[in-house]
Design a protein around this ligand. Structure first.
Ligand SMILES: [Zn+2]
Length: 124
């Protein structure tokens, strides 16, 4: 018998591809790359609080970028897919793929969390 991933019913095809299959949305297409309201970004899948608008900055990359996550709810893992060494960012609670973190961000952390809009849900 085929086991069906329960996330398939809860997410759109694009959300499923990004959050559960580690896809990446095309730059400058997501809901939040140029979004400046104050509030908190939650995990689309489980609702955990992942990022605050206080740490969001305009990176010019076309993806929402943050210099620091809400640390307790985010984890990172080494990602060697596509022949690159990158650090993947995931929701600690439900393992949703969020994006990648790079070491070319602004102060105070010097980090750039490059996150897919499709894996986030903004709340004022
Ligand atoms: Zn989650």
């Amino acid at each position: 018998m085929e086991t069906k991933d329960p996330w398939k019913d809860k997410l759109t095809a694009e959300q499923y591809d990004i959050c559960r299959m580690k896809g990446t949305e095309p730059p400058f297409t997501g809901a939040y790359y140029n979004f400046k309201e104050k509030g908190v970004y939650r995990c689309l899948c489980c609702g955990a609080q992942l990022f605050s608008s206080e740490t969001k900055f305009d990176s010019g990359t076309g993806w929402p970028s943050f210099w620091e996550p809400i640390l307790d709810n985010v984890k990172t893992e080494k990602d060697t897919s596509y022949g690159m060494l990158r650090v993947e960012v995931l929701c600690k609670n439900c393992n949703a793929h969020l994006g990648h973190v790079f070491e070319d961000g602004p102060n105070p952390t010097g980090l750039r969390y490059c996150i897919n809009s499709a894996s986030l849900k903004f709340e004022k």
